[in-house]
Design a binder for this molecule. Sequence first.
Ligand SMILES: CC(C)(COP(=O)([O-])OP(=O)([O-])OC[C@H]1O[C@@H](n2cnc3c(N)ncnc32)[C@H](O)[C@@H]1OP(=O)([O-])[O-])[C@@H](O)C(=O)NCCC(=O)NCCSC(=O)C[C@@](C)(O)CC(=O)[O-]
Length: 366
Amino acid sequence: MKFRPVPSRQIASCLQKTLCHPPRRLASSNSVRIVEVGPRDGLQNEPRPISPSIKAELINRLARAGMRDIEAGSFVSPKWVPQMAGTAEVLSLVEPVANTNYSILVPNQKGLDGVLALLSGNSPPPITEIAVFTSATDGFGKANTNTTTSESLARLAPVVRSALAAGLKVRGYVSVVITCPYSGRVDPRRVRDVSRELLQMGCYEVSLGDTTGTGTPASVRAVLEEVAKDIDVNLLAGHFHDTNGTALANIQTALDFGLRTFDASVGGLGGCPYSPGATGNVATEDVVYGLTGESLYGDVREPYSDTPAINGPVWDLGSVSLPLLAETGAWISGILGRETTSRAGKAFLARKERERKLAEKAQAKL
Ligand SMILES: CC(C)(COP(=O)([O-])OP(=O)([O-])OC[C@H]1O[C@@H](n2cnc3c(N)ncnc32)[C@H](O)[C@@H]1OP(=O)([O-])[O-])[C@@H](O)C(=O)NCCC(=O)NCCSC(=O)C[C@@](C)(O)CC(=O)[O-]
């Protein structure tokens, strides 16, 4: 595990700046923060239109389920991502929950201007943060934002400055940190350099995106080892798509490495239009179960009742409720005409259904 001090003066001064806009503080060293990206990263790929009221209901349910960081949508070109076109209306329908950080993804000044216009309006939405994004490769950047990486960084620098000046926090993403659908295997040194530039601009954190979901514990560790040569792991988050079923293992690897923030998508919503075959982010329910396990079931009965408690790190996820997340994942998946891809969500709901049937039988016997 590597906890390195911030080495460069530039990063230190950027951090000083971002101290005015501190990220959510983690309560203790075993606290893990999950950033829920389903309403944006998940829904942006849906082929059929989803109404603003459904999107807002998803956000509201997630907040009620205890998610305290929710990426609520994006202000991007509707020609590029039509599904995010109604984000302003979605925000007008969000019922703010206390201590919840709602953020919006923006690609350029026009996107930020849209956010700032809403914030200066009569009933400002509860937005506290924006997220900006770039790519470790030019090929993906061209496909996603019509820019090379250096062009996008140049475009984002003034956007980040303006957002910070307006009192917003700024999170950064680097896409394709493992493999790129256009350029193949990605050089971890490139990921390190791009991440550093985002931090130097004023992002309080950089989320490393395994967009294609091809990462494995070994390749994730290799990237983290390189990135951590220059960047404090506390400034990094993991964003793992679950295309090959390795996302939770990758999260464990990143946890062992010292990362404490992970992006996830309820019901495993999502995919990527520029990454053929990529599935959604790791399901939030699976991360919650994977990190907290049997304690969530509380009254676990057979076959576990005689088994001593497992000794191991217990991660503190705050107020997150697996039952509410499982219901939310199943609800939104049903609306989208499919099953939730969350295994923990399905297992929870199956158990609940069995209990319901047993109770019904018992009632019938009376
Ligand atoms: C960046 C651009 C705009 C460049 O697109 P462009 O075509 O090069 O730029 P443009 O300036 O010529 O704009 C084209 C049109 O879009 C409008 N426009 C321009 N900007 C905006 C805006 N902010 N909001 C609304 N409209 C906008 C602009 O006004 C114009 O409209 P027209 O004059 O033709 O009617 C475009 O490529 C774009 O919007 N890309 C966004 C793509 C996107 O959202 N991808 C998904 C999010 S990233 C992601 O999912 C990865 C991540 C973060 O999850 C991590 C991971 O897993 O890797």
